[in-house]
Structures are given as C-alpha cells and as structure tokens.
Unconditional design. Structure first.
Length: 260
C-alpha cells in the first residue's frame, strides 16, 4: 500500500540574504515593518531574487519567495563554473566574477555566495569592488550572470559558424606565418694598430738557460750557505768565550771578598 504521507523533496532551493526592520513615526507612536531579500534557484542554472514587506518575518519571507520564483532566469554555465570572466554593475555595486578550475570552490562572501549556491555554480572566484549594500550586490551579480552568453548564440547573432569565433590553433598559426630567416650578426673585425705590432716585434724573446748557467747558480747558492754557516759558528764561539770570561771574573771577585 502506498504511503500518502511521504514528503516530496523541494526542487527549488531558498536562501534568505538579508532582513531589514524599518519604523514609521505616526501620532499613535511607531509602526514597525520588515523587509526580506530572498534568492531562489533549482541548482541547475536557473535562479531569481525577490523582496517582500510585512509586519512579521515569516510573511515577509513568504512574499519575497513568491516574487523570486516568478522572476527566475536561466543563467549560462560551463560545467561547475562560468564560461568567461565578467563584471556585473548595478548602481554603486560592482562585482567581479572569474571562472575557476574544478575543486577550487566558491570563493565569495555574503550575498554572492548565496546566489552561487542556489544557481549550482561550485567553482568560481568573486570580489565586490563597490558598495557593500546587499540589495545592490544581488542585483549586480544577477546583471553579470544574465549577461553571460553561449558561443552558439553569439555565432547565430553574427551569422557565423562557431569555428570562425574560436581562436586559431598553434599549427595553423605556424603554417600561416612565413618563417623568417634569422640573419647571423657579423661582429666587426678589430683593427690592429701598426704601433702594437711594432712593439710586439721589438720585444726581446726569452732565451732558454743553459746547463752551465744553472750549475754556476747552484754553486753560488752553496757558497752563500757555507758563508752563513761559518758566520753562525763564529758568533756562537764568541758568545761562549764572553760567558766564560764573565764567570771567571765573578769567581775572582768572590775570592777577593772571602780573603778580605
């Protein structure tokens, strides 16, 4: 037996963006009223926004949802992101929307994030460049999203094929552009002055030393070493003699003192 009490899932998602309370001063006192800004969408590229006014919050949200559902618009998407970069403008509100790779997520804040969740965009980069008023931001983002167009629609409007609008491939570009021969840069030859040549020729050539000259130099070095050694020996002998003389004099003085 079928269960008639099962609840059906809502196809349309609802997101409350902002609620504002306003007061009006009259004779009897103040009269308060509430305004609600709501965004709705099916998560498949269709969304809308609406505003509702009432004396309590639930009725204001209900009115806003009904208006948003009646104002739903189709938005052009490319997978989980938008096809190209665009800037939405409404009044003082300016919103920059950039496509992102899969896995990036929704990098946006406030009302823009709520709109992207309702539309079904999962990867996008957004930045507010103007007013932070939520009403202006919502209208600016919808202005930017609704102005996105498919390449097929643009081709039909211009009366062209889709291939004509696509950028040319690298192979076609290389075939179309003639290959220019790169001329090698010839460095200017350095002029050698005649004076430099004359100086080089006049410079005496280094002569190789003969074996006899080398042997003579070796003998001279040996003689100098012997002289140094003899000088050292003489100095040492003189020092020893001086020390002996001093010791003898000291002994003689001591003996004289003892005799006295």
């Amino acid at each position: 037996m079928a269960n008639y009490y099962t609840k059906q899932k809502k196809d349309i998602e609802e997101e409350v963006v902002a609620i504002n309370r306003v007061s009006k001063v009259v004779k009897g006192g103040r009269r308060f009223s509430l305004t609600a800004l709501v965004v709705v969408g099916d998560g498949k590229g269709k969304a809308g926004y609406g505003m509702g006014k009432a004396k309590d919050v639930p009725s204001a949200i209900r009115k806003a949802v009904n208006k948003a559902k009646s104002n739903m618009v189709n938005i052009q998407t490319k997978g989980t992101t938008i096809p190209y970069q665009i800037t939405g403008v409404y009044g003082a509100g300016r919103v920059l929307l950039k496509p992102a790779t899969t896995g990036t997520g929704v990098i946006a804040g406030g009302p823009v994030r709520a709109i992207m969740g309702v539309v079904g965009i999962k990867d996008i980069l957004a930045k507010s460049l103007g007013s932070a008023n939520p009403i202006n931001l919502v209208k600016a983002t919808f202005q930017g999203l609704t102005s996105l167009k498919d390449i097929r629609d643009i081709a039909e409007m211009r009366g062209l094929n889709v291939e004509d609008l696509l950028p040319p491939k690298k192979e076609e570009e290389e075939a179309a552009t003639p290959q220019k021969k790169v001329a090698k840069k010839t460095e200017p030859k350095k002029e050698v002055k005649k004076e430099d040549k004359a100086e080089k020729t006049e410079a005496p050539k280094k002569t190789k030393k003969t074996k006899t000259e080398k042997s003579e130099k070796g003998e001279e070095k040996k003689e100098t070493k012997e002289k140094k050694e003899t000088k050292k020996a003489k100095t040492e002998t003189t020092k020893k003699e001086e020390t002996k003389d001093k010791t003898e004099e000291d002994k003689a003085k001591k003996e004289e003192k003892e005799d006295k």
